[in-house]
Design a protein around this ligand. Structure first.
Ligand code: HEC
Length: 314
């Protein structure tokens, strides 16, 4: 066997098998294990070194043993190692077990008297590799039939749907513990004075230049009235801060400057200013915002009034 795989194939083969196994079993995220964990590189290097050392030692021992052999033993060894794989005994036995083929000399006994235009039929027994494959197929079919058609195990489509549902649950779970990943769908209105105070600070630093320190409006619209160009309520206001206003109006997207949590705070602060009536406010712009989600307390008359109001503004 030793001669079958030469050393320059054997060493890389073993090395890459170990290398592959390490990459497969060590969880190293998106980077290869041997880069993320330097110890892995060290191990692989030592392993390669040992592998080569072992090869050298073994071939040295072989050379010494060979020189100690008698001429007769040498001849025998030569003969044994010159046999190729196809001629070796174990290969022949294996083939015989797998095919049960009769030796060519015995073909006469197997010959049937079927004769088709000179083509004659042999009565070979079925090769065991084929017979066992066939039995395996039957067993597989039975298991498959019972499992999927009778016991109703989930098919691929159901499995996929289950996995997607599970993934959605996990994403929701993750969003809960990672509030910095907030978006306009998950954002909530803050009312804690301490957080609103931080919101005010953010507003004074970043927003007051256009919206005025009291949010009464200057370049940007008045943020304290009940009219909104881009929609009121925490979700819309958050969306406006995150993505900016209409093109060319001057309200930029704050995504790159503020973290989602900060945007939540400043948005909550703005909403806490509603009705604060600053002096000389900018003329109202936009429409009165009615929150569809809020419980409607004042009957059906309100939406009609809203419609009238907004036409007056335009
Ligand atoms: C460069 C000036 C400027 C700065 C700075 C600015 N805004 Fe604005 N903002 C505007 C303009 C102009 C609009 C109107 C946008 C439109 O009409 O689409 C606006 C609109 C808004 C609106 C929507 C108002 C509505 O009626 O729908 C909100 C909310 C808002 N800004 C919040 C902020 C916050 C919070 C900051 C600070 C983080 C900020 N703005 C900084 C100019 C500015």
């Amino acid at each position: 066997m030793k001669k079958l795989i030469p050393v320059y194939v054997r060493v890389p083969l073993i090395f890459f098998a170990v290398f592959g196994a390490m990459e497969y079993f060590i969880d190293s995220g998106d980077r290869p294990a041997f880069i993320k964990f330097p110890m892995v590189s060290v191990f692989l290097f030592v392993f390669l070194f040992l592998l080569i050392a072992i090869e050298i030692t073994v071939s040295a021992i072989d050379a010494i043993t060979y020189s100690l052999l008698t001429d007769e033993q040498k001849a025998k060894l030569e003969e044994a190692s010159s046999v190729s794989l196809g001629e070796s005994d174990w290969y022949k036995n294996l083939m015989k077990k797998l095919t049960k083929s009769a030796p060519i000399e015995k073909e006469g006994e197997l010959l049937l008297d079927h004769d088709y235009d000179g083509i004659r039929e042999l009565d070979n027994s079925l090769p065991p590799w084929w017979v066992y494959l066939f039995y395996t197929c039957i067993v597989f079919a039975a298991v498959y039939l019972i499992r999927y058609e009778i016991l109703g195990a989930p098919d691929q489509e159901t499995e996929l749907k289950n996995e997607i549902a599970q993934a959605k649950i996990e994403v929701a779970e993750y969003m809960k513990t990672a509030p910095d990943l907030m978006d306009e769908k998950t954002v909530t209105l803050l009312t804690d004075p301490a957080e609103l105070a931080i919101g005010k600070e953010i507003f004074t630093t970043n927003c007051a230049a256009c919206h005025r320190a009291d949010a009464g409006g200057q370049i940007g619209p008045n943020l304290t009235d009940d009219r909104w160009i881009l929609g009121g309520g925490i979700k819309n206001v958050f969306h406006t801060i995150m993505n900016g206003g209409r093109d060319g109006k001057g309200m930029i997207s704050w995504k790159g400057t503020l973290k989602p949590k900060e945007m939540q705070k400043v948005a909550s602060y703005i909403l806490s200013l509603k009705g604060s009536n600053p002096k000389d406010p900018k003329a109202p712009e936009g429409e009165i915002w009615v929150d569809d989600a809020a419980p409607k307390a004042d009957g059906a008359a309100a939406p009609v009034a809203v419609a009238k109001d907004s036409t007056q503004v335009k």
